[in-house]
Design a protein around this ligand. Structure first.
Ligand SMILES: Cc1cc2nc3c(=O)[nH]c(=O)nc-3n(C[C@H](O)[C@H](O)[C@H](O)COP(=O)(O)OP(=O)(O)OC[C@H]3O[C@@H](n4cnc5c(N)ncnc54)[C@H](O)[C@@H]3O)c2cc1C
Length: 454
C-alpha cells in the first residue's frame, strides 16, 4: 500500500481517547506535526457521548467524574482551552442516602489536607462516634502512602492484599467502609473492594490528599464528554497544522524490530514515531508482521481481565433531584446524576450508574432498568411521583482493566520496537484505569517519542 500522506508527519497517534489526544497535543507542543488515526467516527474512546435516537439528546457513554488531583488532565484541558467545560468543587462535598433511606452530607471544611477530610468525617452525622473516630486508625497508612508517592521505599499496602483487607487491617469499621471508603474505591477503581488490590487504593488516597484540600474535590464535566475535551482537542490540533482522521481503523506493521508503516483503509502513513494509544484489549489485533519482539506485551494485554460499568438513563416528568448528584452506598446503583442540573438546557435525563457491574452482564436490559428504578425510588423520595417516559441502558463491558492481585504486568511507554510507543490508561502509571492515568500515559509517550529510541 502506498503512503497517502501529502506532507511528512513527525508522529502518528493511533486512538483518539484521552491518552491519544493528550499525546498528540503534547507532541505538537514539542514542535511535531501529527496525524491522529481513530477507528470510530466519534472521538473520545471510552469517555464520549452519543446522540439518543429518540430524544435527540447527547448522552454520555457513562457519567465521568474527575478529581482535583487530576493535575495532568486539568493541564491538558487548560492547553486546549477547555478548562471552563468542567466545574471544580472548592472542597469535597457529597450527598449520600444510605441503605436505610437516611440522607446525609459529607462536607469537608476548608482546612489544609488531610485535616479537611478528617474534619468532614468527624462532622458527618451518617456515622456513629466510633465510626468517625476510626478514621484516625487509617492516618499512619495514609502517611506511608503519601511518603511512597514522594519516592519512599516502605509500601503502604501489599500487592497481594485486597482493599477490603487493607481497610479492615487498618481499623476501619464496617459502617465507615460502607459509607465512605467502599463508594470511593468502587468509583476510583471500578472494582469491588473485595477483589481490587490495595496498593491502587492507597495510591489514589495519596494522590488525593497530597494535592491540597482541592485534590479530593469532585470535578464535574459541564457538557457532554466529547465536547468536554475530544472536539476541543481536535480543533486545537487542526488549527496547528496537524490532522485527525476518524473512522479509520489502523494496523501497525512491524518489520525487523522497527515500525514499517501504519496502514488504514484510506492508505498508509509513515513517521519516525508511532504512539499506539488503544485500550489493552485492542493491542493484540493492532500489530502485525514480525511482532515477536512485542510478544511479552501483547500476551500480557491479552491476559488482562476487564471490569464493567452499566448506566441506566431515565427521562422523567416530575421533580428534579435535591442535589445534582447523590451517592447510594451499599446498592447496585451507586450514584444518581441529574443531568438537567449538571448540563442545563438540552439535557432532560438522569444517569444511574453501577460500577464494578460484571454481575449485571447476564441480566436483560429490562431487568436492569427495573432494578435501577426500584433502587432510586426507594432511596430518593423525589423520584417516587415521577413518570418515566423513556429509559436506555449503556453497557461498557470493558470499561477498565482489572486491578485484582495477580493480573499481568502493565507495559511502559517504550517498546522493543524502534519508533513504537504505547499510551493508554492501562500503561504502567501506578494509577487505576482513569482519565488521569490515560493523560499521564499520553504525556509520557509523547516525551519518550520526542527523545526517540535509545
Ligand atoms: C462508563 C465509564 C465510566 C467511567 N468513569 C470514569 C470516571 O468517572 N473517572 C475516570 O477518571 N475514569 C472513568 N472511566 C475510565 C476512563 O473513561 C478511561 O480510563 C479513559 O477514557 C481511557 O482513555 P484511553 O485513551 O486510554 O482509552 P480509550 O478511551 O479506550 O481510547 C482508545 C481509542 O483507540 C481507538 N482504537 C482502538 N483500536 C484502534 C485501531 N486499530 N485503530 C484506530 N483506533 C483504534 C478506540 O476506538 C478508542 O477511541 C470510565 C470509563 C467508562 C467506560
Amino acid at each position: 500500500m502506498k503512503p497517502v500522506q501529502p506532507e511528512p508527519y513527525d508522529a502518528i497517534v493511533i486512538g483518539a481517547g484521552f491518552a491519544g489526544l493528550s499525546a498528540a497535543v503534547r507532541l505538537v507542543e514539542r514542535g511535531a506535526r501529527v496525524v491522529v488515526v481513530e477507528a470510530r467516527r466519534q472521538l473520545g474512546g471510552r469517555a464520549t457521548a452519543f446522540r439518543d435516537p429518540q430524544t435527540g439528546e447527547w448522552v454520555d457513554n457513562g457519567q465521568h467524574l474527575l478529581l482535583g488531583c487530576y493535575r495532568e488532565t486539568l493541564a491538558f484541558l487548560d492547553t486546549i482551552g477547555a478548562r471552563d467545560r468542567v466545574a471544580v468543587q472548592p472542597s469535597l462535598a457529597v450527598s449520600f442516602v444510605d441503605r436505610g433511606g437516611r440522607a446525609s452530607s459529607l462536607a469537608c471544611p476548608m482546612l489544609p489536607s488531610p485535616l479537611h477530610l478528617l474534619g468532614g468525617v468527624l462532622a458527618w452525622d451518617a456515622l456513629g462516634v466510633k465510626d468517625r473516630l476510626a478514621v484516625f486508625n487509617l492516618v499512619p497508612a495514609i502517611r506511608l502512602a503519601m511518603a511512597e508517592l514522594r519516592g519512599g521505599e516502605r509500601r503502604a499496602a501489599s500487592p497481594g492484599e485486597t482493599v477490603e483487607n487493607w481497610l479492615i487491617r487498618n481499623g476501619q469499621t464496617a459502617r465507615l467502609r460502607e459509607m465512605l471508603w467502599d463508594p470511593l474505591a468502587i468509583a476510583a477503581l471500578n472494582q469491588s473492594p473485595a477483589t481490587a488490590a490495595a496498593p491502587y487504593f492507597s495510591r489514589v488516597l495519596a494522590e488525593m490528599l497530597a494535592a491540597g484540600a482541592q485534590g479530593s474535590a469532585i470535578v464535574l464535566p459541564l457538557v457532554p464528554l466529547h465536547e468536554m475535551y475530544a472536539e476541543p482537542a481536535r480543533a486545537w490540533l487542526e488549527s496547528r497544522g496537524s490532522r485527525v482522521l476518524a473512522g479509520a481503523p489502523a494496523r501497525v506493521v512491524v518489520e525487523a524490530a522497527k515500525v514499517r508503516q501504519v496502514s488504514t483503509a484510506a492508505g498508509a502513513f509513515t513517521a519516525p514515531a508511532v504512539v499506539a494509544a488503544v485500550a489493552w484489549h485492542a493491542l493484540p489485533s493492532l500489530v502485525e508482521g514480525d511482532t515477536a519482539p512485542l510478544a511479552g506485551i501483547v500476551d500480557a494485554a491479552a491476559g488482562t481481565s476487564a471490569s464493567s460499568i452499566v448506566t441506566v438513563n431515565l427521562w422523567t416528568k416530575g421533580r428534579a433531584l435535591a442535589s445534582p448528584f447523590v451517592g447510594l452506598p451499599g446498592r447496585t446503583v451507586q450514584w444518581v446524576f441529574d443531568k438537567r442540573a449538571i448540563l442545563g438546557r438540552g439535557a432532560s435525563h438522569l444517569s444511574l450508574v453501577s460500577s464494578a457491574a460484571d454481575h449485571l452482564d447476564s441480566c436483560s436490559n429490562d431487568a436492569v432498568i427495573q432494578l435501577a428504578i426500584e433502587e432510586v425510588s426507594d432511596a430518593l423520595p423525589e423520584m417516587r411521583g415521577n413518570t418515566i417516559v423513556r429509559a436506555n441502558v449503556v453497557r461498557e463491558r470493558r470499561a477498565t482493566f482489572s486491578l485484582a492481585p495477580g493480573q499481568p504486568p502493565r507495559p511502559h511507554a517504550r517498546t522493543p520496537v524502534a519508533g513504537l510507543f504505547l499510551a493508554g490508561d492501562w500503561i504502567e502509571t501506578g494509577l487505576p484505569g482513569t482519565i488521569e492515568s490515560a493523560v499521564r500515559s499520553g504525556h509520557a509517550a509523547a516525551e519518550a517519542a520526542v527523545q526517540g529510541h535509545p
